[in-house]
Ligand binder design. Sequence first.
Ligand SMILES: Nc1ncnc2c1ncn2[C@@H]1O[C@H](COP(=O)(O)OP(=O)(O)OP(=O)(O)O)[C@@H](O)[C@H]1O
Ligand SMILES: [Mg+2]
Length: 332
Amino acid sequence: MYGAVAAVKDLSLTVRRGEFLTILGPSGSGKTTALMLLAGFVPPTKGDIVIAGRSVAAVPAYRRDQGIVFQSYALFPHLTVRRNLEFPLEMRGIKAAERVTQVDRMLERVHLGDFGDRMPSQLSGGQQQRVALARALIADPPILLLDEPLGALDRNLREQMQVELKNLHKEFGKTTICVTHDQEEALTLSDRIVVMRTGRIEQTDTPEALYDRPTTRFVATFLGEANIIENPDFKVESNAAPPPGTVAMIRPERICVTGPAAPKRVDADQRQSVQGAVSDMIYAGPQRKYHVRVGSSVLIVREHVASGQQIFRPGDDVRLDWLRSDVRFVTT
Ligand SMILES: Nc1ncnc2c1ncn2[C@@H]1O[C@H](COP(=O)(O)OP(=O)(O)OP(=O)(O)O)[C@@H](O)[C@H]1O
Ligand SMILES: [Mg+2]
């Protein structure tokens, strides 16, 4: 609680040793607060935090063995890169000569060997981000806490740094808890993802499971595009009966589009097919997206562009079909 604001509610989470866990959610959903609770900068109003069997809820942040990258990566602006990296070692009472050795080694590891004597303001955003990561890693803490560590970077650099972050995780094997609002980043980096919404955990799962089997409408639509089929004029067929209080969901790439009289597929008995009319076609490089009106519903269909494929235009009649096993049910 921040005064009367409950930024995080009923958070219960077990992090496995060595895993890369991402906390994903929209702005204001409580991600930073959750991380600051774990780090010890914000005391929990209720509950406990246990690391390796020991309660640390009352242990202040500076006493904990953890490396942190803050949302604004907060390097000390008046210290050189080298001095920034030395700081956590100094805090742990490591002698000057040993500090130099360790800093040199770390600078090499994050490809900043030539930058040790620069001030943070003389570095690009990506280089600063790497210094922040290096500073979090240098004292070899068992736990790494990262708050939007790639937030300030443009798309290309971001993707490059995602690979580096992944390699660092492989190489150092630290238990890593990373906060992001970027779905793709979470899917790429994580062993597991925690999806947060208004201070609560919505679902925790592997990237594949979250994308393929979301349990709530929020998760389904937050992680990628989803057809939520509400009150359709056709019955959505499925292999299992829909649980009460749920609505059918199918991913756009799971739906196939063909001409209305195209021959049936070999696995037609496992599919549902419906007739519709294209209301929109959006071309996006390697993908094509259709909006198809089926009765009073509009379904989104996404297909990879391939040669020899039939292209449909707005107004064309089409048939859509999908495997009954690809239908999911999400709570609303
Ligand atoms: N010190 C504070 N005092 C009062 N309310 C706060 C404080 N810090 C955060 N909040 C509120 O708590 C909620 C969660 O904030 P938090 O910073 O954890 O969100 P976030 O998920 O990290 O968002 P973002 O993606 O924008 O960084 C927000 O509604 C925010 O306004
Ligand atoms: Mg935040």
